[in-house]
Design a protein around this ligand. Sequence first.
Ligand code: GTP
Ligand code: MG
Length: 430
Amino acid sequence: LPPLDLDLWSVSAEPEPRSLSLGGHVGFDSLPDQLVSKSVTQGFSFNILCVGETGIGKSTLMNTLFNTTFETEEASHHEASVRLRPQTYDLQESNVQLKLTIVDAVGFGDQINKDESYRPIVDYIDAQFESYLQEELKIRRSLFDYHDTRIHVCLYFITPTGHSLKSLDLVTMKKLDSKVNIIPIIAKADTISKSELHKFKIKIMGELVSNGVQIYQFPTDDEAVAEINAVMNAHLPFAVVGSTEEVKVGNKLVRARQYPWGVVQVENENHCDFVKLREMLIRVNMEDLREQTHSRHYELYRRCKLEEMGFQDSDGDSQPFSLQETYEAKRKEFLSELQRKEEEMRQLFVNKVKETELELKEKERELHEKFEHLKRVHQEEKRRVEEKRRELEEETSAFTRRKAAVEALQSQALHATSQQPLRKDKDKKK
Ligand code: GTP
Ligand code: MG
């Protein structure tokens, strides 16, 4: 190896900034507070996508999670395809404003052919990314008061069969995992026994891993929440129970589902993982979900979209990225593509005309042949009629001749008979 030119190296590298100590209080330690204050004034938005079959308990869980009653209507089982229904609400807790959007995938799993069930969901998520990108690309952007509709989390409701995931679940989650943070949950977990639930959870996680489905992992890089998040990651998928009913337990009213054999308390950690879900989704990781959506999923969408439009970052030694050049290059590409298409169309037209011409010629030839044939038939017919006429004429003249001969004979005979009595009279006189 040649020796490194250290002098050159030190010239090109940026100098390390020096650390200095302050003589007294300056005040920029209030920056985090300024940030908090600004965010609080601005308000927050959070968008949840609920995917799960009709009647699995999506609306009930949302009502239970936010301790309110969102207006929801039951979905019918007869939707021709999956339809996304967003509903936005303004919520307030203390002085924090939350614009919450709940998007329901109505009719999911109800079609006989489920091959395309994931598509409307993917399209919806992409459409939200696209409108954010369009806002970003505007000359006069107003991202500050832009209503961000990008989906921050997808709650995937798994049917509590105790068996395994359905292929529809695996396919849908696989299609969504690069676009949204997926938190899988086992719905109506009160319908599955404790030992079965344990095995079911292990099975689901195994299937997700073996099919390469990336679900959202609660972040463990922030010390403050690393421990709890690590513990919670091990509890996935959460088995939840929802209820809007309140039941008296001891002397307290709690949300629960009452059965002839007992009461399932929604907020009792021995009964289900509802509290864990609420803790993770709302109280600990809501901001991380928002951030992951922006920095991971939206970033990926944006990158692919911009590359598709012809933009690319420069690598170290090439020219820096120029918007003008990219635009020119893309325009040229577009124009040549247009020219190619035009040429293709023209060729197509010429070929079509040639084809039609040939067809017409063929038709003309056929008509001509038909005409010739008819002409021949006609001549033949004419010849036959002529022959017949000649024969008839001959017959007529023979007939006339025979008639004349017969008439002559007849008159001769008549003459002879008129002479005979005269002779007899003469003979008598003698
Ligand atoms: P659609 O919006 O029509 O697709 O239904 P959904 O998924 O919103 O279900 P919804 O919340 O309307 O609940 C359907 C039925 O399931 C209701 O009768 C609920 O009471 C019941 N249900 C909801 N959550 C649970 C649960 O955790 N356990 C049990 N056993 N039943 C539940
Ligand atoms: Mg519903």
